[in-house]
Design a protein around this ligand. Structure first.
Ligand SMILES: O=C(O)CCC(=O)C(=O)O
Ligand SMILES: [Fe+2]
Length: 221
């Protein structure tokens, strides 16, 4: 991919929620995608998540570090085959801390506490969006930790709807996320509602070799 014609600057979408466009370069995107492909393999690989109401999430998912299920975390795939969850890769924690520092620097506000980020990240959710997949408005609230969540996007672009902490409704901002973008939400935005109303099939960078969208969300439990 050539450089952007109009580079997108870092932007604070809401207090504590920062978009870092193109934060992962092409090499890092390829590295992360290769990781996702290996994490997707069984055991404890890519799965369809069943909701308590009987429905299924359209986004398929793999957990790292701790297994997320609706609504909690467990050491094993408690709502599937019972296998131990895959290990959380330390490199994802390094990237997440660096993204938090970049977000803090971009806003010039000490939103996430003083000094460089020292959070011990230990959980990641890998979300795979095929054509038509979406994620409804929700909060990331199954982690006791208030540490910033860091999300990395690969492949197809999407609309990331970033709302408020009061409820699922407006006000919200619809933010386009593209391959390589990082999005940090912490501090006052940590428990804000957010979702992905749509992706744009076929919009992935041709060189990446991914059809669909992958999002990796790094959290501290
Ligand atoms: O796919 C995304 O960008 C958001 C994922 C998300 O909100 C989550 O995994 O909780
Ligand atoms: Fe989320």
């Amino acid at each position: 991919m050539s450089a952007e014609l109009f580079p997108r600057p870092a932007e604070e979408i809401a207090a504590g929620a920062v978009l870092l466009p193109g934060w992962l370069g092409e090499g890092a995107q390829r590295e992360l995608l290769a990781g996702c492909r290996s994490w997707a393999l069984p055991p404890a690989g890519l799965r369809t998540v069943r909701m308590p109401g009987g429905g299924e999430m359209s986004v398929r998912q793999v957990s790292l570090g701790r297994h997320w299920y609706p609504y909690g975390y467990a050491p094993t795939v408690v709502d599937g085959g019972g296998e131990p969850v895959k290990t959380f890769p330390g490199r994802l924690g390094e990237w997440a801390r660096a993204a938090v520092d970049a977000a803090a620097e971009a806003t010039g506000e000490p939103r996430y506490g003083p000094g460089p980020c020292t959070v011990r990240y230990d959980v990641a959710l890998v979300n795979f969006y095929g054509a038509g997949a979406r994620m409804g408005m929700h909060r990331d609230s199954d982690e006791p930790s208030d540490a910033p969540v860091v999300s990395f996007s690969l492949g197809d672009s999407c609309v990331f709807r970033f709302g408020n902490t009061e409820g699922r409704g407006r006000p919200w901002r619809d933010v386009p996320l593209r391959s390589g973008d990082a999005f940090v939400f912490g501090g006052p935005a940590r428990r804000a509602y957010h979702g992905v109303p749509r992706t744009e099939p076929g919009s992935a960078p041709p060189g990446l070799g991914l059809r669909g969208r992958v999002n990796v969300t790094v959290r501290a439990y």
